[in-house]
Ligand binder design. Structure first.
Ligand code: 5FU
Length: 250
């Protein structure tokens, strides 16, 4: 990336977390601020999608608990693709319990998320200490949701951001608005051909979330994996997202 972009992206944001720095590095190298959300339900579909979108993304967002045939062979195969195509594995688990329970959910059970995820999402509703259990990953705090009628009002968001900013393992936040420069901003609910679904999801364009909310990373699910050509649409979101991001830097 040209030095002036590097300066803008790296120095405007005061990101200290090593996973956050790595994500920025990948973004600058690939010229992408796109995270694909792989909400498919079989290992075969997931691996195919990872191969197709891999060159265009900085991270693949997963809901591993929706995979019907989960195995550690899947994890090994995903890790291999992630290494080859240079992207991070981002488990959107949205933890939301006391620290002890979250620790068990993070490290144990079927998925052993701690053993393979580079990044995870967590609600911050249980307070700062509950987040300490997420070791060796980048934590992305859910401070605001994209869905209609969400309870994350201004009051909640202010308090949630306060928790997120005080926890040293939190590298970013999910929100639908501009937040402080201490955290990377991740925005889901991005689609260029739909305004929403029948289950409360609300969509914005890449331009809107980058320019109006100063989003760092756009998260796209159905816009990519339900399109006729996932690689082609990932490329389109990559270009649209990156151009809007550069323009938002100013
Ligand atoms: F925190 C959030 C949120 O506020 N909105 C979301 O949509 C997370 N998501 C996730 O992003 C959601 O769980 C899906 O995995 C993804 C959006 O998928 P879509 O197909 O682009 O609507």
């Amino acid at each position: 990336a040209p030095p002036e972009i590097k300066r803008l992206a790296l120095e405007q944001k005061k990101i200290k977390h090593p996973v956050g720095k790595r994500l920025i590095e990948i973004a600058l190298k690939k010229q992408s601020n796109l995270i694909a959300s792989a909400d498919v339900i079989t290992s075969a579909e997931l691996l195919k999608l990872a191969e197709e979108v891999g060159p265009h993304i900085v991270a693949l967002k997963l809901h591993m608990d929706i995979i019907q045939d989960f195995s550690f062979e899947l994890i090994d195969a995903l890790k291999k693709i992630a290494r080859e195509k240079e992207f991070l594995l981002f488990e959107d688990r949205k933890f939301g319990d006391i620290g002890n329970t979250q620790e068990l959910q993070f490290k144990e059970g079927i998925y052993k998320i701690a053993s393979w995820a580079d990044m995870i999402t967590s609600h911050v509703i249980a307070g700062e200490e509950s987040l300490k259990v997420f070791e060796n990953v980048g934590v992305v705090a859910i401070v605001e949701m994209s869905s209609k009628g969400t309870l994350t009002d201004d009051f909640y968001i202010t308090k949630a951001l306060n928790v997120a900013e005080n926890a040293s393992n939190v590298m970013g936040a999910v929100a639908q608005r501009k937040i402080s420069d201490d955290l990377l901003l991740f925005t889901p609910g991005v689609n260029i051909s739909s305004a929403g679904d029948a289950k409360g999801q609300q969509y914005n364009t890449p331009e809107r979330v980058c320019k109006n909310y100063h989003t760092d990373f756009i998260i796209v699910g159905r816009g990519i994996y339900q399109s006729a050509d996932a690689a082609e649409s990932a490329k389109e979101y990559q270009t649209k997202g990156w151009n809007a991001y550069l323009e938002s830097l100013g």
